[in-house]
Design a protein around this ligand. Structure first.
Ligand code: B12
Length: 211
């Protein structure tokens, strides 16, 4: 019988094969997809984040663990959207123009999925025009932007301006995050929400759609 904590350990160890095997076993045992994400995958990835901050893990380990998590998510994702998980609405997420960092953004996207949001991931280096186009096409409730460079944080502001110019700003809530982003910066550029890490990002998104 597979256990959720074994799945967390497989993620921490970056063991993709084991993580997939355990995910499938847990699904076969009848565990809800949302529980596998919130009590197996996410605690594992949170520990990876802690180890990274403590300088016990370096980028390659983080990437290998993220790959294991991504691979398990492939098995779980189809069941999340159709399942009885909360129908929270859509989030369009992307890393802003000029910025290629996506590890944190992917974690936030996975957490949001786990919390019942349908996530449209525009990947990295997303121009303001592309965000606007995605809002028109997908009609999300939230637009989430990630930036890891002080030089690309300004693209968050340009994106909000572009959303205003396109007349869609009031249809959506905007949340921002990434290592150099602060609550104060978020406020200054006119974002509706900010979170310092992936776990709180879901709470912020939930509050934004409830407001
Ligand atoms: C991995 C990494 C890379 C990888 C990225 C791989 C990838 N696929 O993402 C590579 C090697 C490609 C890279 C490239 C560069 N990098 Co780099 N990189 C890093 C590094 C080491 C880790 C970032 C990371 O993944 N952290 C782990 C994740 C989990 O944390 P996170 O991203 O902060 O995300 C969390 C929160 O911020 C939050 N969050 C993130 N996004 C969002 C979004 C929302 C909406 C919300 C609510 C929350 C949220 O939740 C996440 C999970 O908890 C950092 C150093 C560091 N210690 O942070 C430098 C760092 C970010 N890089 C830096 C630099 C300078 C560069 C380069 C310019 C280097 C160069 N000269 O070429 C290029 C830029 C390329 C580009 N155009 O983007 C600098 C930035 C300095 C600055 N302040 O501007 C840093 C800080 C390193 C340093 N100390 O100098 N980098």
């Amino acid at each position: 019988m597979a256990e959720l904590n074994e799945l967390s350990v497989a993620i921490i160890n970056g063991d993709m094969e084991e993580a997939r095997k355990l995910t499938q076993a847990l699904l076969d045992q009848g565990l809800p997809a949302g529980k596998i994400v919130s009590e197996g995958l996410i605690p594992g990835m949170n520990e990876v984040g802690r180890l990274f901050k403590a300088c016990e893990y370096y980028v390659p380990e983080v990437l290998i663990s993220a790959r294991a998590m991504k691979s398990s998510m492939e098995l779980v994702r189809p069941l999340l959207s159709g399942a009885d998980s909360l129908k929270m609405g859509k989030v369009v997420i992307g890393t802003v123009q000029g910025d290629l960092h996506d590890i944190g953004k992917n974690l936030v996207a996975m957490m949001l999925e786990g919390a019942g949001f349908e996530v449209v991931d525009l990947a990295t280096d997303v121009s303001p025009a592309k965000f606007v186009e995605a809002v028109k096409q997908h009609k999300p409730r939230v637009v989430a932007m990630s930036a890891l460079l002080t030089t690309t944080m300004t693209a968050m502001k340009s994106t909000i301006e572009a959303l205003k110019e396109a007349g869609v700003r009031t249809d959506i809530k905007v949340m921002v995050g990434g290592a150099p982003v602060t609550e104060r910066f978020a406020h200054e550029i006119g974002a509706d929400g900010y979170a310092p890490e992936a776990a709180t990002a879901t709470d912020v998104a939930k509050n934004l759609v409830a407001a």
